[in-house]
Design a protein around this ligand. Structure first.
Ligand code: DON
Length: 311
């Protein structure tokens, strides 16, 4: 475990070394299906690690903002659990991996539910459960959630939000299918709008590390000391991150890296070592499964060098 057994400068040196090693890996492609994401700089690359005493180690472009995208999904799942309780949520969204892509249109036979809250179908159904008196109130509650986790005010990238809202026909189709099968209820355009906005929240690798450390710290942000989420739902979040967070790469990820994690198409990855610390990596080029190529490499190296594998 890095913090107790390795000095701070040794951790920083190791991060810098890993950053240098992966910088030369130029494989992967930046996401283009959301037109605005195609403008991402493929060379941008940052790594951050936050410990439970609130120390943050960072190298490279760790303070460069990018949109959180699917990394928002486990956090909003936590909010839905707080708002509705486990039974209500489980009845509507399962916890089985799909073995399919993040935007797959498949529902389970057990309860006609999306398979899990990490694929788009499950995440949209999860966002639909976020409570509030109005669209604005629900959006404020979602933003507040992320701000508690990151420990700082966050904003939405309006260009990315508009870009996805105007081209996200597949997500819109998924949402209407879910409405048709009574998986979700009206107002579906509002749910979709909230989903597109939650995906467009701007974060940095540093934020992701602190958010992950907050999960590692049973829901309390180790930098601000603020509680971000009820502790009783932490194991639900971490379990689905473990089994489904990296989509159809989740099995190999847990085998190789051994940490609950979540990726996003803007190139971010969060990984959590419960009770120890959080990792945030940012590098836009993705592999065919939609996971950051350098992000995977960095997490594998960190896991090996610091013996982080849970098992
Ligand atoms: O719904 C979408 O397609 C995006 N807003 C988020 C997808 C995503 O990040 C998938 N992750 N790798």
């Amino acid at each position: 475990m890095p913090h107790s057994q390795t000095s701070e400068s040794a951790i920083h040196r190791r991060l810098a070394e890993i950053h240098r090693r992966h910088l030369s890996n130029t494989s992967g492609q930046v996401a283009t299906y959301i037109p605005e994401l195609a403008k991402a700089d493929p060379n941008a690359f940052g790594i951050a690690m936050a410990t439970l005493d609130g120390t943050v180690y960072e190298v490279g472009d760790s303070r460069q903002p990018f949109t959180i995208q699917s990394i928002s999904k486990p956090f909003v799942y936590g909010l839905a659990l707080e708002d509705r309780g486990q039974e209500h949520v489980l009845k509507r969204v399962g916890v089985e991996p799909t073995g399919e892509a993040f935007n797959s249109i498949v529902f389970d036979e057990r309860g006609n539910r999306p398979f899990n809250p990490m694929v788009n179908a499950g995440a949209i159904a999860t966002t639909a459960m976020v409570a509030g008196d109005s669209h604005q109130h629900r959006l404020n509650r979602i933003l507040d959630l992320f701000q508690r986790f990151a420990g700082e005010p966050l904003t939405i990238d309006e260009a990315v939000y508009r870009s996805e809202k105007s081209t996200g026909h597949r997500n819109r189709a998924i949402t209407y299918l879910e409405l048709n099968s009574n998986m979700i209820e009206e107002p579906v355009e509002e749910h979709l709008d909230l989903y597109f906005r939650q995906c467009s929240i701007l974060v940095t690798a540093r934020h992701l590390a602190i958010m992950a450390a907050t999960l590692a710290n049973n829901g309390v942000n180790p930098v601000t000391g603020e509680r971000a989420l009820e502790p009783r739902y932490m194991r639900n979040l971490l379990s689905v991150m473990c089994s489904c967070g990296m989509y159809d790469f989740s099995g190999e990820w847990i085998y190789r890296v051994g940490l609950p994690a979540k990726s996003g198409v803007a190139g971010g990855i969060v990984a959590v070592l419960p009770g120890q610390f959080g990792i945030g990596v940012f590098s836009p080029p993705l592999d065919v499964q939609g996971n950051s190529v350098r992000g995977i490499g960095v997490c594998e190296d960190l896991s090996t060098h610091f013996s982080l594998h849970l098992f």
